[in-house]
Ligand binder design. Sequence first.
Ligand code: DGI
Ligand code: FE
Ligand code: FE
Ligand code: FE
Length: 188
Amino acid sequence: SMTRLELIERLKKELKDKRFHHVLRVEATAIDLAIKNGVNVEKASIAGLVHDYAKQRPDSDFINEIKQKRLDPELLNYGNAIWHGIVGAELIKDELNIWDEDILNAVRHHTTGAPVMTKLEQVIYMADYIEPGRDFAGVKKARLITATNLQAGVAYQTKHTLNYLVANGKTVYPKTIDTYNAWVPQYE
Ligand code: DGI
Ligand code: FE
Ligand code: FE
Ligand code: FE
């Protein structure tokens, strides 16, 4: 498979500038969290770089992939926000030749989280949320909590994301609710 520098070249072509710089910041944040939490730094780097690989693909690419790979047909009821992680992981396998299931699961779960997440998955979920370019009410608190306790960070993000989705009348993907039930009562 590709080296880190080859991956970066590929991502620079695939992504708009703003998104490309986001993924570089997610990588740096993921490496930092990986070191603090005893997670494989190389995997954190690669997962951080590729997590939004498919974000700018047309809906038709995801729909084709869902059908060709016979992924859960329920996925067809959602959109890019859900697809770019879960279905994006399949495109990463096909197109970037990354087969490491730890890395692919970190990509799959980076938007919705999951009831059970490895430390690497938690690192990518949090790095995406708190990278230094993020600016939303509560981001400073999210950074502080995550620096102290990765799991408490996961609970914080999960609670705030569900709250945001409900407050704005957005469709909530079932896994997002499962993540909430598994993490928020326990760690918040
Ligand atoms: O791709 P990024 O913007 O870097 O970040 P992300 O993949 O974490 O996506 C964040 C967005 O995804 C945020 O606006 C909330 C949204 N999201 C998370 N869970 C759900 C969701 N959107 C819907 N519709 N349903 C969900 O369950
Ligand atoms: Fe994303
Ligand atoms: Fe996220
Ligand atoms: Fe992202």
